[in-house]
Structure formats: structure tokens, C-alpha cells
Design a binder for this molecule. Structure first.
Ligand code: F6R
Length: 245
């Protein structure tokens, strides 16, 4: 990445400006490197950011056509097409709405061998220019649940109960997932830049733990502070518990 990209920083934004600001930052990285390789999360947090990316492409402000997007994580045990599947969400909220979508690397979880997609994922996610991640209520990043160590690579994981419940209760899954596959914390920390996206008051406590309490396996997001180019994009509600704010 260009040396003019700033080092670690916390960007606190009014809720109304959050998505457009993150989209503009991505447009900046795409302008510097049209062939950007990045991973993207799903969930409720990035939805308005993806809507801004679509709107910007429609008005000709930027294009993702030259980029490659690797899926950050995927559920195990949900059939193809399930609305909670990460590949389904990312296609529906972003790629299918773009006139010129980026290359997409989903996670092949529908074969017989559950370890195979993790190996392929780690290869696809090695040397990313940018890792974009969300923050779970329990401090997870991707599906790197509490207990994850910073040296853990992409792998099949047991999901925390709260994560499995979120699949059905919040994301509309037709069944409770049996597990997950995730880009590992070590692989995320090897990216050129890391962006942590956090919105909403309900994330204020876990964001404070991630950024201001001692790092540890009980909050995997705390290890992101080791990255020299971590940017935290938080709205004011999510940042409301931070001493820094
Ligand atoms: C999903 C993912 C998860 C979410 C996290 C926050 O692909 O990687 O780590 O980013 O659970 O989810 P939301 O944004 O729904 O609060």
C-alpha cells in the first residue's frame, strides 16, 4: 500500500456519515490500487456501507471491477441459497447490484471434506491488501471466537452459542449452523491494512474492551491492535464508551 495511507487510527463518525465515509475510504484505496485484494464481512454492520458502494458505482464515482473480494467467513450446515449464508448476503447486498462486480472468492463449504475449504481460504486470503472485519458482541472477528489465538490461521471452527443463535434469530437462517469456516486471525493480521467496522450503542462495551482493555483470548478483536495499520471506523454510539472519545 502507499506510504501515505495513515497508520492506526480511530475514526468516530456521526451515524449519518458513517457508511459514506467508509465507502469513500475504500474508493481511495481502489484509486491507488484498482486490483485491490480484500476480504469483506457480512452481518448488519456493513449493509449501509455496501449500499453506498453500489450508489457510488451508479453515479460513476468509483468501480470495484478490478478488485478481488475474498469472503471473510461462512457458516457450515446451511444449504446453498440460505438467506443467512455469507455468500448469499454479499451477492445480494453488493455484487448482484453492481454493474461491474469484482472477482469474488466464496468459501466452498458444500463438499464432503470440511477442512478443505479452510486450506483453500487461507491460500486465497494470504497477502490481502485490506482486511475489512466486523465486531461480534462477544469480541469475535470473522468467526474467530473467544479462545482464538493471534497465531491461528484460517480453519473450521466451533461457533459460540450466541453466534449460532444469531444466524437464525438475526439473519433468518433456516437451520442452526453446525459450525463455521473463517479467515484466521493470523491471516487477517498479515493484511496490508485492517479495518474494523463498528456501529450502534450495543457494541460500545465490547469496542471498549477491544481497544482499551488488555489484549487477550477472551476478546479476539483486541489482537487487531497489534496491526500497524488498523483503522477503526466507529459511529458515535459505538464509540460512546471509549475513554479516547
Ligand atoms: C460475519 C462476520 C461476523 C460479524 C459480526 C458482527 O461475516 O464476520 O464476525 O461481522 O458478528 O455482526 P453484525 O454486523 O451483524 O453485528
Amino acid at each position: 500500500m502507499s506510504s501515505t495511507v495513515p497508520a492506526s487510527r480511530l475514526v468516530v463518525l456521526p451515524s449519518a456519515a458513517w457508511a459514506s465515509t467508509v465507502a469513500s475510504e475504500l474508493a481511495d484505496r481502489l484509486a491507488r490500487r484498482p486490483s485491490l485484494r480484500l476480504c469483506l464481512p457480512t452481518g448488519d454492520t456493513p449493509t449501509p456501507f455496501y449500499a453506498e458502494l453500489v450508489a457510488g458505482e451508479r453515479r460513476g464515482a468509483w468501480s470495484l471491477a478490478g478488485a478481488t473480494v475474498v469472503l471473510l467467513d461462512e457458516w457450515l450446515g446451511l444449504p446453498p441459497g440460505d438467506p443467512a449464508r455469507c455468500d448469499v448476503r454479499l451477492r445480494g447486498e453488493l455484487f448482484d447490484l453492481l454493474a461491474s462486480p469484482p472477482a469474488f472468492v466464496p468459501i466452498a463449504v458444500d463438499g464432503a471434506d470440511v477442512d478443505e475449504p479452510a486450506t483453500a481460504l487461507d491460500t486465497a486470503a494470504s497477502g490481502l491488501d485490506l482486511a475489512v472485519v466486523g465486531l461480534g458482541m462477544n469480541g469475535h472477528v470473522g468467526f474467530n471466537e473467544p479462545g482464538t489465538r493471534p497465531e491461528d490461521r484460517s480453519r473450521v471452527v466451533r461457533l459460540a452459542r450466541s453466534s449460532r443463535e444469531a444466524a437464525t434469530a438475526r439473519y433468518g437462517a433456516g437451520a442452526v449452523p453446525s459450525g463455521g469456516v473463517t479467515i484466521g486471525l493470523a491471516t487477517i493480521l498479515e493484511a496490508g491494512e485492517v479495518w474494523l467496522l463498528v456501529t450502534g450503542e450495543r457494541k460500545a462495551g465490547i469496542l471498549r474492551q477491544a481497544l482499551e482493555e488488555p489484549e487477550g483470548i477472551d476478546c479476539p478483536a483486541s489482537y487487531l491492535r497489534r496491526h500497524p495499520r488498523l483503522t477503526v471506523f466507529a459511529d458515535e454510539a459505538a464509540a460512546s464508551g471509549l475513554r479516547a472519545s
